[in-house]
Ligand binder design. Structure first.
Ligand code: SAH
Length: 394
């Protein structure tokens, strides 16, 4: 494990370019089968390209191999050619942390030195042997939601399909879950709820999720994948039609005045438009509901009147409401609602006929809970100080 913080970040202006950036070999991760076939052709192969692409796909996503050497169904000559002209990327694990509750967080570094976090949340019942991977779609986020740590991060860029799929691959590597099991999976669900706004990077998220859902690879059903958005209204319909994954909406407020303040994207796509897009989401029914996420901020959005207004807003939409007690971060401007306020809110929503679970914060001790992800160099330095202090104490 290489520590990025210790090395400092290198960029084009700051120092030598990381080796991976100079690598001229084509990365096969994140490509469609057709693109893999085209890459074979570019390497001078001309026979049975589709079949070869299928075989490679199986090795990459069913078996999870990271070297061409291991692809024993390919001829030795082809393996050598692939090793020369192609590569199988993985984001580099900069830091791996485990919470007291079993939640695991990986700080990952991509080829250009940028960082993002991925979180694995095992089911609260360890006997269940299931778990959810919370995947990032961007380095940082442009949305600046007031209560979210990621929104305070300076640098933002979209993650590529390889970098999004790469998070799943790294988690499966770390969980030791290859070849892809059909049952009893530790990584049983995916939520696009990490850093970034997935609907602002839809092309890449879509390519990545299609790879994850592909039956001859990781083969995770769309029913086990949830995409969460702060409400990029024009992309919602397409998300449902093209991917058919479950939708979660970060609603968080019931009036435009409050939502403009805490989710500034609301100024562009106000609540009424967002609700209309939700009502039109393809494939909705009682078995497939929209999840409305609602962060509980003390004295901001947590009154019984807010709860009643929420129920009115979502009336008629097959929905459940996920109440998320606010997770604080250094310098955050809000407080978590009291347990009494959360309970009263939940009861009003429940009485109106909607499931209204309160999400237990997971991985709080390693800053892995909702809205706590942030991976800039400032936090890195703080983490290093902490580690140094821990090391000194032992
Ligand atoms: N941009 C997408 C994906 C991020 S998902 C979206 O907005 O949905 C992360 C979820 O955690 C969102 O519902 C977000 O609003 C919520 N969240 C952000 N900061 C939080 C905090 N400090 N405490 C609790 N939930 C938070």
């Amino acid at each position: 494990m290489i520590d990025a913080a210790a090395q400092g970040r290198t960029g084009p202006a700051a120092g030598p370019i990381a080796p991976a950036e100079r690598d001229a070999r084509v990365d096969l991760i994140g490509l469609t089968r057709e693109q893999i076939a085209a890459s074979l052709s570019a390497l001078g192969e001309d026979r049975a390209l589709a079949m070869r692409a299928n075989q490679i796909w199986h090795w990459l996503y069913h078996r999870g191999v990271t070297s061409f050497e291991a692809m024993s169904t390919l001829s030795k000559a082809l393996r050598v050619k692939l090793a020369e002209g192609a590569r199988i990327s993985r984001p580099e694990i900069v830091r791996a942390q485990v919470s007291v509750d079993g939640t695991r967080k990986w700080l990952l570094r991509f080829a250009d030195g940028e960082l993002a976090e991925t979180v694995y949340i095992p089911d609260a019942d360890p006997e269940a042997g299931r778990g959810t991977l919370c995947v990032s779609s961007q380095v940082g986020c442009t949305l600046t939601c007031k209560f979210c740590h990621t929104g305070t991060q300076r640098l933002v860029r979209n993650l590529t399909p390889a970098e999004i799929v790469g998070q799943v691959l790294v988690a499966r590597d770390e969980l030791g879950e290859w070849p892809s099991p059909t049952e009893g999976r530790l990584l049983s669900n995916i939520v696009m709820m990490g850093m970034g706004e997935p609907l602002y990077n839809f092309e890449n998220v879509s390519t990545a999720l299609k790879i994850v859902m592909d039956n001859e690879g990781i083969a995770l059903s769309r029913r086990r994948i949830t995409l969460s958005t702060a409400g990029v209204v024009p992309m919602i319909e397409r998300c449902g039609a093209e991917l058919g994954v479950s939708l979660a909406i970060s609603l968080h407020a019931v009036t435009d005045a409050v939502r403009n303040e805490i989710v500034p994207l609301n100024k562009k796509y106000p609540i009424a438009e967002l609700m209309a897009a939700c009502r039109a989401y393809p494939g909705l029914n009682n078995a497939r509901r929209i999840t409305f996420e609602y962060v509980m901020l003390k004295d901001v959005n947590d009154s019984p009147a807010d709860a009643r207004a929420l129920v009115k807003l979502i009336r008629g939409i097959p929905a459940k409401v996920n109440l998320i007690p606010f997770n604080p971060w250094p310098g955050s401007p809000y407080e978590r609602s009291t347990p009494e306020a959360i309970k009263a809110f939940s009861e009003i929503v429940f009485a109106a006929g909607y499931a209204s679970p309160v999400r237990t914060p997971r991985g709080e001790d390693i800053m892995a809970a909702c809205g706590q992800l942030k991976s800039d160099s400032i936090k890195q330095k703080a983490a290093d100080r902490l580690r140094a202090a821990e090391a000194a104490a032992h």
